[in-house]
Ligand binder design. Structure first.
Ligand code: ATP
Ligand code: MG
Length: 831
């Protein structure tokens, strides 16, 4: 173990070592191979969608020598190895796989223990006995034992379970079992827990599904005035606790990750007692996190996950989360983005402890840069970007690397004063040009930019880099848990190198997997391009997965947060989450919140011949399917008159047994109104286009029609029903993973937006406001199943949730389709 003195410039990271790859197979062979180890189709497809997972998984299958197939349980473990085995210990992987194929390691807890064992020993050799002890090899846990421990845990927590019933955090109960029986099979434990809970509580009742009453505001710890409790989304009510993996500062957290040197020794970032004491004095042992967006674009659904992780952990632990603008690149950043971020963080329900900017620390960062130069850990360089690149490739030192400290100090001062031209000098950290990790190749700390800064103004013409700034500001803000996405893992050595060189407190860094969703792109660079080149209608285009786009589309923060909570906080790389999953969550939310109304998208005129021209009946329709007759506010008035419009797709010239709509001579029920029978068809001149229908209604409602359809009617003679515009949205990209395509723009779905300029709506909609959401109801399921394709969307186009768009005016309402009612997401599948 290395001591924590300032560094020889030797930190490297063996995470870069790649696994030995088997010969490249084609996709079909790989698919076969993945299915042969018992993976389900979806997991196999997801694996194939990611080149890294594909190559890891094939390598693992070959190393495990199960090319000819294996048991499904083993296959699933192999998949976990392929996605999660620590990169720093790949040399042990093949040997480890034998434990799986021989059945000595057979469940997820053992696997996780093995991963953390290997992650801590890295590439160095290990003691098998020690390993087996650590991973419970040979330990058999019987169902009886599990049952006993579950019983004891339930007994221990009985009063809380009885009080909270099915809202109890089962994750905590399971955690207690795991403590007693670390090697028990998770699935069996969960099943046993569910059974015993059901035995104690009886079956779930409707009351159990009601929304829990919010907990009272907790007392804020004395050291700050933060208020995280009032509006923040609830992060405590669901089954498993996504934050359980994070260390507890109550237990004096120490940074426990290892960084590997090229000579094979391991260095643990570790705070000295004094540094830790000072840090704890500030934090009072509370959790401090930060959400650090760069204001170079609008936030997207991935940021919703990042917010959930950092704000959520702080909330869960009664701590504090900063909103920190990571604003070190004035060329890409704009006030518009700063304003948007603050507003959308608030919309998502998160309350920052403080709003800070990296640029608030420009002076401290500059002073520290001088210290760094004085310590011999930074130098002014004059290489061009191309030279830097080629020197890095050949691991060669810059010719300026060993210039005298005094010279660098003088030049850095000149840089600050604007005496050196842009591009003619940079300040570089003197890290390790021989490292295996390119993130240690003397990263740039400062560059010259004669660009004013959106927050700091024109005070500076040198700006610190992300790599230089992020760790220092984390440290200055006393962040306890610096949580970021996995692509930053490789930058960890540099993060700690700099803090160590400056003798600053080391926060605990932890990475989690980046959220990706099918049929869309999330990188800000790509989003920027879509917006800039007008492939979409701005950052808040409802087809984008930006938070502003989702909001405009009708998504709610509750649904988005429920979705990211369900996705979970894991380190499994390459997980592409299906779009259907987020749709499932918005549907669940809107089902509770959206009033039902009738809108006809593609109207077909029906004249009711046995009605007088000037008669208008005001009928009563329900906003909510289960509205009681006595609840006035749950109903609305809908005029019924001689001219009615129905959906064209609800009429067919040829009737059939399984058809529930209108046809010549057939009767259908108009929802909330009367049965009508089609008695005549009026054709256009071409003799085939149906212009209108003639019908007769049955005021006594004595006929029993087969189907029920929706409609709107003239509110008075000769006046058209309310005209509205409806925008239908489909997936923005045709392929599931457009980011992997070279020409990703060519994959844009040409039919992702279709505007129906003149749909007809019931009059009550006239009073809708921007953001209101509705279900355009369509009634009889059997009708839907057989209805014709309408505008290429099929039946679900009509039975969908819609919200009022901001483009609406007093003259014209515009609706966006949020999501159709059809739910193809299967929750158990997990993805
Ligand atoms: P992009 O690649 O989209 O430009 P970024 O990482 O540069 O994203 P930032 O604004 O710097 O975007 O990100 C702020 C925080 O959000 C960071 O901690 C980052 O790790 C996290 N984040 C960004 N994208 C995702 C994502 N897809 N899933 C989860 N977290 C994300
Ligand atoms: Mg970034």
């Amino acid at each position: 173990m290395r001591d924590s003195k300032p560094l020889g410039n030797k930190l490297t990271d063996s995470t870069l070592k790649q696994p030995a790859m088997p010969g490249l197979a084609n996709a079909e062979d790989e698919a076969k191979l993945f299915l042969s180890i018992g993976l389900d189709q979806r997991t196999a497809t997801n694996a194939l969608a990611n080149a890294k997972v594909t190559s890891n998984l094939s390598a693992v299958i070959h190393e495990a020598e199960v090319e000819g197939g294996c048991d499904k349980a083993i296959g699933n473990l192999l998949y976990m190895v392929a996605t999660k085995f620590p990169n720093n210990a790949l040399n042990h992987r093949a040997e480890f796989l034998k434990y799986i194929t021989s059945g000595q390691i057979k469940n997820a807890p053992q696997l996780e223990a093995a991963f953390s064992f290997f992650s801590s020993i890295g590439p160095s050799s290990f003691d098998e006995k020690e390993f087996e002890k650590n991973c419970g090899v040979g330990v058999e846990v019987s169902v009886e034992e599990i049952s006993k421990v579950v019983e004891a845990v339930i007994e221990e927590c009985k009063s809380q379970i009885l009080a909270e019933r099915y809202r109890i955090n089962v994750g905590i109960l399971l955690g207690k079992v795991r403590k007693e029986l670390p090697w028990a099979d998770g699935k069996t434990v969960k099943e046993e827990m569910d059974t015993q809970l059901r035995n104690l509580l009886g079956e779930k009742t409707e009351k159990d599904d009601e929304k829990p009453i919010k907990k009272k505001k907790e007392k804020a710890p004395k050291s700050t005035d933060a208020d995280l409790t009032t509006q923040t989304p609830s992060v405590t009510q669901e089954v498993s606790n996504p934050f359980s993996d994070f260390p507890d500062p109550q237990k004096n957290i120490q940074v426990h990750q290892e960084i590997f040197f090229s000579d094979g020794t391991i260095w643990r970032p570790k705070n000295t007692a004094e540094k830790l004491e000072k840090h704890l004095q500030f934090t009072g042992r509370s959790v401090y996190t930060r959400f650090p967006p760069e204001p170079n674009g609008y936030l997207h659904i991935g940021h919703a996950k990042a917010m959930f992780v950092s704000f959520g952990l702080a909330k869960e632990r009664g701590g504090y989360c900063y909103l920190r603008y990571d604003d070190t690149n004035p060329e890409a950043e704009k006030q518009e983005y700063i304003d948007h971020i603050q507003e959308i963080v608030d919309w998502m329900g998160w309350k920052p402890f403080k709003v800070t900017y990296s640029s608030d620390y420009f002076q401290e960062l500059y002073d520290l840069a001088i210290q760094l130069i004085k310590k011999g850990y930074a130098y002014v360089d004059h290489q061009t970007p191309e030279e830097i690149k080629s020197y890095r490739e050949s691991k060669t030192d810059s010719p300026w690397r060993n210039r005298p400290i005094a010279e660098s100090l003088k030049l850095f001062e000149e840089m600050r004063k604007g005496m050196i031209d842009e591009g003619k000098a940079t300040l570089r950290m003197k890290q390790d040009m021989k490292s295996e990790n390119p993130n240690m190749y003397d990263l740039i700390a400062y560059r010259i930019k004669f660009t004013p800064h959106p927050h700091a103004g024109d005070k500076w013409c040198i700006y610190p880099s992300y790599d230089y700034t992020h760790c220092i500001v984390d440290s200055l803000e006393n962040i306890t848990h610096s949580l970021c996405t996995l692509e930053f893992e490789i930058r960890r050595p540099s993060y700690y190198w700099l803090l160590e060189a400056l003798d600053l407190y080391h926060p605990h860094v932890w990475e989690y997997s980046r959220l990706s969703i099918t049929n869309t792109v999330l990188s800000k660079r790509k989003l920027n391009r879509l917006v800039r080149e007008k492939w979409v209608d701005g950052w808040d285009d409802p087809r984008l997965m930006t938070l502003a786009g989702l909001r405009r589309r009708g998504y709610t923060p509750d649904a988005i947060n429920a979705f990211v909570r369900d996705v979970g906080i894991t380190r499994s790389d390459g997980s592409l989450i299906r779009l259907e999953k987020i749709e499932h969550y918005i549907r669940e939310d809107l089902n509770k919140k959206s009033r039902r109304v009738m809108v006809v998208l593609k109207p077909l005129k029906v004249v009711i011949k046995n009605m007088e021209e000037n008669v208008v009946m005001n009928l009563r329709a329900k906003f909510w399917p289960d509205a009681a007759d006595s609840e006035e506010s749950s109903h609305y008035e809908v005029p019924f008159s001689r001219v009615v419009y129905i959906e064209s797709s609800d009429f067919r010239l040829k009737d059939s047994k399984d058809y529930y709509g209108l046809a010549p001579g057939k009767t259908v029920m108009l929802r909330y109104a009367f049965p009508i029978k089609c008695v005549d068809i009026i054709y256009a001149e071409d003799k085939s286009t149906v212009l209108e229908l003639h019908a007769e209604y049955d005021p006594a409602k004595s006929t029993k029609p087969k189907g029920v359809i929706h409609w709107v009617s003239e509110p008075s003679h000769g006046i058209l029903p309310l005209k509205v515009e409806v925008r239908m949205f489909e997936k923005l990209f045709l392929s599931e993973n457009p980011s992997e395509l070279e020409d990703w723009l060519a994959d844009l779905n040409p039919n992702s937006k279709i505007v129906i300029a003149e749909a007809l709506a019931v009059p009550v909609l006239k009073h809708s406001c921007h953001g209101d959401s509705y279900q355009f109801e369509r009634l009889d399921l059997s009708t839907m199943l057989v209805s014709q394709i309408c505008f290429g969307f099929g039946w679900d186009a009509q039975k969908s949730y819609f919200c009022v768009d901001q483009d609406s005016s007093a003259d014209k309402l515009v609706f966006n389709r949020t999501v159709s009612l059809r739910d193809s997401y299967v929750k158990v599948s997990g993805k």
